[in-house]
Design a protein. Structure first.
Length: 350
């Protein structure tokens, strides 16, 4: 199947919006890679994308710089010149200034693409040489999208952050490894750019495709390796800000959210927050016994939370100290951002 064959399948009301004005489809598939201020990681990803067993004349790579910054531009331009001379592969640099976040960067990429199929991956992945071929093959049946396999190798004793991040490998649909028909993206308007962090924007697109009656298939042979990047001490605290986007996803797709994502409120967090608040209120009211009991409950719940996080992770002193400190703060930050998201997006979401 060639680019013309795919183009003929892209019919319907969205077809006019599925190609940049005045341009014809020139490739079978466009690879869209959002990036932000990490040219070294990006370089490893681009090397893997240039080594695909797919015909170099039939795909393009579009790097969407969400910075943008001079170092990334220079690195991509050097890489593009090398690929053009060595393989005839087209690599394009696209500065993104109108939006913020990977959702907006991906939108800029697929809208600038010159092919009927869009392959999404991240700048910190290493696609297998057969990745692109397997992903395109998965859409031959006429499916609207395909979700590839993600491998996230971990050390024998991972940190809590590494263990948590590895959950991406079990995602139903993740833009670190996804293939979508351009016409379907155009019909949906692409990604919702209110997701300004890399969280739930891929589930939002997945749910939108399903609600429009589209089909999503698995492409197990389309593999990317996604090493877990080193993170600063206490990184789990800043990650709680992503909780606000749970409310946005729930507001837009309540039924699918309940079916596909654990919609149970984090009762452990609410209990931890409530027990400490109760202790403080009781102490102010002079009810010292009640305050002591509530404080003891808070200590017990927080300790159990910390122990749970350490169960399958490293036990060195620095990591134990990080788990102890962050376990105290995470429940409060998580609840704050969940409730803030509920208020911001005007939905009852606990």
């Amino acid at each position: 199947m060639n680019a013309r064959d795919f183009g003929q399948a892209e019919t319907g009301s969205a077809t006019g919006a599925a190609c940049p004005a005045g341009e014809q489809m020139q490739f079978d598939v466009s690879v869209v890679v959002p990036t932000y201020a990490r040219p070294l990681l990006l370089g490893t990803c681009l090397d893997a994308l240039a080594a695909q067993d797919f015909d170099a004349a039939r795909y393009e790579i579009i790097v969407c710089d969400d910075g943008p910054d001079d170092a990334t531009r220079a690195a991509v331009e050097r890489f593009a010149q090398h690929c053009a001379s060595a393989r005839g592969l087209v690599v394009r640099y696209l500065p993104v200034t109108a939006t913020q976040g990977p959702a907006g960067a991906r939108n800029a990429g697929w809208r600038a693409a010159r092919s009927p199929l869009i392959a999404f991956t991240d700048d910190d992945t290493i696609p297998d040489p057969h990745w692109l071929t397997a992903g395109v093959d998965a859409l031959r049946s006429g499916a609207d999208a395909a979700s590839g396999a993600i491998a996230m190798p971990l050390p024998d004793a991972p940190t809590d952050y590494e263990l948590d991040a590895s959950g991406l490998a079990r995602s139903e649909f993740a833009t670190a490894n996804a293939f979508v028909r351009r016409a379907r993206l155009a019909a949906l308007g692409g990604f919702d750019e209110r997701y300004t962090s890399a969280w739930r924007e891929d589930s939002d697109l997945q749910f939108a495709i399903l609600q429009m009656g589209g089909t999503i298939v698995r492409a197990e042979r389309a593999l990317v390796v996604h090493p877990v990047r080193p993170a600063r001490w206490g990184v789990s605290l800043s990650q709680q800000k992503k909780s606000q986007f749970e409310a946005l996803l729930y507001r837009k797709h309540p039924e699918l959210y309940r079916q596909r994502i654990d919609a149970t409120p984090p009762l452990r967090y609410y209990a931890i927050v409530a027990s400490l608040l109760c202790a403080g209120i009781a102490a102010l009211a002079g009810q010292l016994l009640v305050a002591a009991l509530a404080l003891a409950l808070w200590i017990a719940l927080t300790t159990a939370f910390c122990v749970r996080r350490l169960r399958h992770t490293r036990r060195d002193p620095m990591h134990v100290a990080e788990m102890a400190w962050t376990s105290i703060l995470i429940p409060f930050l998580s609840i704050y951002w969940r409730l803030r998201g509920a208020l911001r997006y005007k939905v009852f979401f606990l």
